[in-house]
Ligand binder design. Sequence first.
Ligand code: KG4
Ligand code: ZN
Length: 339
Amino acid sequence: MNILAFETSCDETAVAVVRNGREIISNELFSQSDIHALYGGIVPEIASRQHMLSIGPLCDKALENLPPDLQIDAVAVTVAPGLIGALLVGVNFAKSYAFAKNLPLIPVHHIRGHIASAYLSEPDLSPPFLAAVASGGHTQLIHVKDYTVMTVIGTTRDDAAGEAFDKAARVLGLGYPGGPAISALAESGDDSKYAMPFCQTKTCEYDMSFSGLKTALLNLCHNTRQKGQELDAPSAAACFEKAICQSIVSRTTAASKALGIKKIVMAGGVAANARLRRELVQAFGEHAHIPSVYLCGDNAAMIAAQAFYEYQDGVKGNTALNAYASIPADGDLNGLCQQ
Ligand code: KG4
Ligand code: ZN
């Protein structure tokens, strides 16, 4: 089954074709990050407008060099969560395409898509496993019992890990997106130079919180400046990065032990972080499954991969399909789409 998928939930316009949820046939992406970098972060209205400009040409490009005998069997699209105006561009384009070609329409949850990016990197990977997803908007621990059956066991209390990286980069005067910039700067730093708080959450041991860490970095910058000293920015970045990685790895380890699940999938934009990848492999060895770096950030191939399993589970949309800014990854997407 060949699925044409669209992803427009944030600042990446993406279109892909994937066979049987595992084999990428085409994978096109236009990143708007250079445009948003001018403003130091994502401007939702600009994101929507840019998606409108990019999605048509990108769809043509994704369909341009397909094998001549390949036929598209279904259309998939990210319906939640994300910037509502941005999501609506993808949803309406996908609806129109599916309606015009008389193809089934499959709504996909963005976080479930991130998890499915691991199936593209490792064709033999299958649930059950514990997924840690860290992106610009979410940091979650999810018990993936089957391809479409999952339970969120830990989530973000405040800032998501990617958001924390982006805000820290702004504090240190680096560009957007912050994750890669902090990571590059941290390479030459001393990760034991500055003390950073370890995130603690009282009611759920798998929840995460990073806003205290962000404040600690901000205070460090201010205090250093007030004392007339110069901040060792690479070391500040290294300490910050270390604290985020430690939180994610320790929460994942605790959940893995408590649930008795050895197999771990790490996904989402932050999973591109080299230190996090290294520490996960140190902690879980061969049981750590992390998608190739180019599949960690937003892309449409991951949406097509998850759509393959959602379709088999009977998830379907129609011309009344809407977009939703926020739906839990373990929510009833099909129920919503049938309304
Ligand atoms: O999953 P994603 O592409 O988009 C969302 O769904 O939000 O994640 C984007 C986030 C950004 O906050 C970005 O700073 C972060 O992923 N990111 C990284 C790295 N590359 C991207 N964070 C840490 N280290 C990286 N190498
Ligand atoms: Zn994402």
